[in-house]
Design a protein around this ligand. Structure first.
Ligand code: AMP
Length: 287
């Protein structure tokens, strides 16, 4: 085995760090973060985790310094590098939106024609407006985009938002979405080819964690004659497991349900005769 270990570039600072490390650890990769030194060796897999600036992940993967990388979809779009997205990771969700001061005239993105738009995503912004033939002057800024209108630098901004609180605090109002974003796993095309099996193993495990997080394992006891009613409430992954209990006429039912459904489901299960209902987290799920 002469092949070098696989390398995964991940952010070393900023809001994607914590959820990324949690995902990797939850997937079962054992490595130390220490001071997020440049490279961490994974103990149980032939993999090195390379800590780099979020903005540099795409370049590291493009240049094959890393085989895989985790970054934001917005940053891949901004880099204009054509890297394959191996899978979306479901966290770091935000949107690139266009916004104007509360009291400004524009109501829709089309109304920005002829105006200046400040953004730290100049390429993605130029492309988006260009594709729609809306002529805007893009003012590239590296930060503090939301204060640009107040400073007279631009009439509008294009910025990332998740809740919109920052917009509101800065007296801005959204007039349209340009691009949804979330954390993504990207791969170097050559590495995806030569290391297909290793990549597949890693993505299977990451996927298993992400699938598990979206679901719960529900266990309950019930009178056997209520099975039909309870089964109808449990459109899980497959049909639920039904186990006879020592007490005649009683069964245990185990099922996988959507995490978002639990709130509405439990009272209905109870009304349908279930008792001793337990809801358990699922660490990993491979359907
Ligand atoms: P950082 O600037 O290093 O904290 O990370 C910025 C990245 O986090 C962005 O490129 C997005 O992919 C992601 N992100 C998720 N939510 C937000 C948000 N509300 N504002 C800015 N970036 C976000």
């Amino acid at each position: 085995m002469s092949e070098r270990r696989m390398t995964l570039a991940v952010p070393n600072k900023g809001r994607l760090v914590e959820p990324t490390l949690r995902l990797l650890h939850d997937a079962g990769l054992i490595f130390e973060e220490r001071d997020r030194s440049l490279v961490s060796r994974v103990e149980n897999v032939d993999l090195d985790v390379l800590f780099v600036r979020t903005n540099d992940v795409v370049e590291f993967v493009r240049d094959a310094v890393a085989d895989l990388g985790i970054t934001g979809a917005d940053l891949l779009a901004e880099s204009e590098v054509d890297l394959p997205v191996v899978r979306a990771l479901g966290y770091g969700r935000c949107r690139l939106i266009a916004a104007v001061p509360d009291d400004a005239a524009p109501q829709r993105v089309e109304d920005l024609a002829g105006l200046r738009v400040a953004t730290s995503h100049p390429r993605a912004t130029r492309r988006w407006f260009g594709d729609r033939s809306i002529p805007v002057e893009v003012i590239p800024l590296s930060g503090a985009v939301e204060v640009a209108p107040r400073l007279g630098l631009a009439e509008a901004i294009v910025d990332l938002v998740s809740t919109g609180t920052t917009l509101a605090t800065n007296g801005l109002r959204s007039i349209g979405d340009l691009l949804p974003s979330e954390a993504i796993l990207v791969g170097n095309p050559a590495a995806l080819d030569t290391r297909a099996m290793d990549v597949d193993r890693l993505t299977t495990m990451l996927g298993a964690v992400l699938e598990g997080r979206r679901r719960k394992y529900v266990m309950m006891n019930a009178p056997a004659e209520r099975l039909g009613e309870l089964e109808a409430l449990l459109p899980g992954l497959a049909s639920p497991s039904v186990i006879p209990l020592a007490h005649a006429g009683m069964i245990a039912i185990h099922a996988v349900v959507g995490a978002d459904d639990v709130w509405a489901l439990l009272p209905r299960l109870k009304s349908a005769g279930a008792s001793g209902i337990l809801v358990l987290p699922i660490e990993k799920l491979i359907a």
